[in-house]
Each structure stands twice: as structure tokens, then as C-alpha cells.
Design a protein around this ligand. Structure first.
Ligand code: NAD
Length: 361
């Protein structure tokens, strides 16, 4: 099979981790007889430095021509980087929001899995984490507060800022459908998270999710308020299968779930549209504090590449091989600094990539 992949290495540790993910993909392609072509594209700070804007038309068009996009991460140190002296719409993150919109990537999938080998890194007490957990957070990605009208004004000499949270029923229905479809392939439970005791947008969310649920009688649907969900994630994470939620709640809850697994450097993500096309990237940011030091954990990006093989190319065997390579390397005791524990051997970003690629044969 020919895999036409657009690559956005991005900023900070982005180029380091994407290099290792490509190494693992190349080895997988070699073993399973596929041909990969990569097109490297600029976005975020790297694009600002060259073009003055975080996303160009050219990047969008080239991304659209590809079968899927593999991304590192974008952004810099938000207090010291000159990128953050620019107007908000010219900053690195504006590029990310714009490309999600341009590619119509409305469904964000973030698995949060507790690996046996990393159980010690989990900050929860053993009696809570002992049962393990394996959940998928489905976050709506192109609506809600981050895309609503916003402005800052002055009223009677007092500064005032306004952000608007808007959802229409079509936006809710399409993400709910994806959520229930994914639940059908898993443990058949959807927890829809909202703030229906306060927000109108949440009350519509709940109604539409219930309408969609009627077509999935095998799936158990429960509703949970977002504040309760934040607590339940640290009290009883094993209860969750698919968490279905809107943009801002999903942003916060997926970061919380990531910390519960023990390392942000392990968490993959996929953003999908209606077709097989997707953008795959680690859940973490560009980690400017460790950029260039060669110590970043590439596993989240490698696991994102595995999701790409599974969701965009239907190459399940190959995706399994990459996921098993991660498990095997962890079993053998190799760790990057962020997941290091006593008795293990610490390796850098490049060595971790080599070890993962070597496992695929
Ligand atoms: P971050 O995720 O970059 O870093 C948080 C902490 O986790 C840091 O201590 C970092 O060193 C560590 N970390 C993250 N990834 C790691 C990895 N792979 N291996 C080892 N350690 C890792 O979050 P932040 O510091 O809040 O943000 C930094 C920049 O990234 C900001 O500009 C932010 O806007 C941007 N950001 C981008 C994305 C994206 O590209 N999708 C997502 C989140 C944040």
C-alpha cells in the first residue's frame, strides 16, 4: 500500500519526536511491504519565523492532498517567546485551531490507558489504580467556547471580556455518532459529560446525545456533570469507557486523564473528519523546557502514528505491531526521563526510537 503522509514537525520537541515516529513507521512499512512518502510542512512558530503567520494556505492545501497528517507539537514558552508578543490570531496556537477547522477535524480521540509496566508512575493510590483503566476521551473540536465570538471592551471605564459558547444540534450529533460508533468497538459504554444544570448549550447537548443513543440500544449511556467527572477520574477511573464531551471540557478532562496515566509523554491522539482522513499528534505540547536536550519521550507520537495506521489506513496488524513494540520496550525496562523509575534503564529520545523500531520485525 502507498501511504501519502503530510508531516508537521512543529516547534520545541516536535521535530525530535516526529523523527522517531517516522523511524518506527519506516520500519513498519519495510516489514509489512508498504511504501511511505512524506511531505514536510510548516505550522506554528516555525511557520511564523518563515512566513509571518502560523498557518499558510499552502500548508492547508498540501495537508488536504495527503491521506493523513502526522504532527509533533507547536508553540513556545508563552512568557518568553517573541511569538507571544504577536496579536492572538498570529500566535502559534492560532495555526492549530485554524487547521482543525480547515480540515473539518471535529472529533478528537484521546486514549488514556494505564500500562502495567508504568503502574508505579500513576499518582493514584494502588487501591484506586489497581483495577487498571482504558478509556477513550472523545472531544468535540471545532465548536464551543474556543470558536465563539469574543471581544474585549470597556463599560463605564471598566474593562470587560466576552467569550461565547455556541453549539448547534448538527455539531453535537456528528460527534455523538462517532462516540457511539467507537463505543460499539469497545466496552459499549458512553459517559456524556456536560454542565446541563447551568448551561443551555449543555442542555441541548444532552437532548441530542439521547436522540443518537436510541440507535445504539447495545450501548449504555450515562450523563455526568463535568465537575463530577473531574472528581471521578481520580476516584474511580476504571468506570469509564468512552467519555463524550464538548471542546473546553474535553480539553481540561483529557489533560487530567493524561496525568492519571502517569505520563503526558505516553498519550496519543487523533483528530478525525467524516472520511478516513485524520491528523495524528501527541496530546502534549512542544515542551520548550526540554527542547533540544534529546530527552523527550517519543512514545505518544509513535502511538499516534499507530492510530493513523489503524484509523486512516485500516492497517490493524501494523498498528498492533507498533503498540506491541511500545509494550515490549517498556517490559524490557527502558524508560525516558519522564517515566523513569528505579531499576529501569534511562534512554534518550533517539535511543527510544531505535529500540521501538528494532522491536518491529
Ligand atoms: P507541554 O505539554 O509542552 O509540557 C508540560 C510538561 O510536560 C513540561 O514539563 C514538559 O517538559 C513535559 N513534557 C511534555 N511532553 C513531553 C514528552 N514528550 N517527553 C517528556 N516530557 C514531556 O505543555 P506546556 O508547557 O503548557 O506548553 C508548551 C507549549 O506547547 C505552549 O506554547 C503551548 O501552547 C503548546 N501546546 C501545544 C499543543 C499542540 O501542539 N497540540 C498542545 C498543548 C500545548
Amino acid at each position: 500500500m502507498k501511504l501519502n503522509i503530510a508531516c508537521i514537525p512543529g516547534d520545541g520537541i516536535g521535530p525530535e519526536i516526529v523523527t522517531e515516529a517516522k523511524k518506527v513507521l519506516n520500519q513498519t512499512a519495510k516489514v509489512y511491504g508498504h511504501e511511505i512518502s512524506y511531505t514536510d510542512l510548516l505550522m506554528g512558530g516555525a511557520s511564523i519565523d518563515v512566513h509571518g503567520v502560523p498557518l499558510t494556505e499552502e500548508t492547508v492545501e498540501k495537508a488536504k492532498e495527503a491521506d493523513a497528517v502526522l504532527m509533533g507539537s507547536i508553540g513556545g514558552d508563552t512568557t518568553t517567546s517573541p511569538w507571544y508578543k504577536l496579536a492572538p490570531q498570529l500566535r502559534p496556537e492560532a495555526g492549530l485551531l485554524a487547521i482543525r477547522k480547515a480540515l473539518n477535524l471535529f472529533a478528537n480521540l484521546r486514549p488514556a490507558v494505564l500500562y502495567d509496566e508504568l503502574a508505579d508512575a500513576c499518582p493514584l493510590k494502588k487501591d484506586i489504580s489497581g483495577a487498571g483503566f482504558d478509556m477513550m476521551i472523545m472531544r468535540e473540536l471545532t465548536g464551543g467556547l474556543y470558536f465563539g465570538e469574543r471581544y474585549t471592551t470597556q463599560e463605564n471605564g471598566v474593562r470587560k471580556a466576552v467569550d461565547t459558547l455556541t453549539y448547534n444540534e448538527n455539531e453535537i450529533r456528528r460527534i455523538a455518532l462517532k462516540g457511539f460508533d467507537i463505543a460499539m468497538k469497545r466496552r459499549k459504554k458512553v459517559t456524556s459529560v456536560d454542565k446541563a444544570n447551568v448551561l443551555d448549550s449543555s442542555r441541548l447537548w444532552r437532548k441530542v446525545v439521547e436522540e443518537v443513543a436510541k440507535d445504539y440500544p447495545e450501548v449504555t449511556l450515562e450523563h455526568m456533570l463535568v465537575d463530577n467527572c473531574a472528581m471521578q477520574l481520580v476516584k474511580n477511573p476504571a468506570q469509564f469507557d468512552v467519555i463524550l464531551t464538548e471542546n473546553m471540557f474535553g480539553d481540561i478532562l483529557s489533560d487530567e486523564a493524561s496525568m492519571v496515566t502517569g505520563s503526558i509523554g505516553m498519550l496519543a491522539s487523533a483528530s478525525l473528519n467524516d472520511s478516513k482522513f485524520g491528523l495524528y499528534e501527541p496530546s502534549h505540547g512542544s515542551a520548550p523546557d526540554i527542547a533540544g536536550k534529546g530527552i523527550a519521550n517519543p512514545i505518544a507520537t509513535v502511538l499516534s502514528a499507530a492510530m493513523m495506521l489503524r484509523f486512516s489506513f485500516d492497517l490493524d496488524k501494523e498498528a498492533d505491531a507498533v503498540e506491541n513494540a511500545v509494550k515490549n520496550v517498556l517490559k524490557k525496562g527502558y524508560r525516558t526521563v519522564d517515566i523513569m523509575s528505579e531499576g529501569c534503564r534511562q534512554v534518550g529520545c533517539k535511543e527510544m526510537g531505535d529500540l521501538l523500531a528494532d522491536e518491529i520485525n
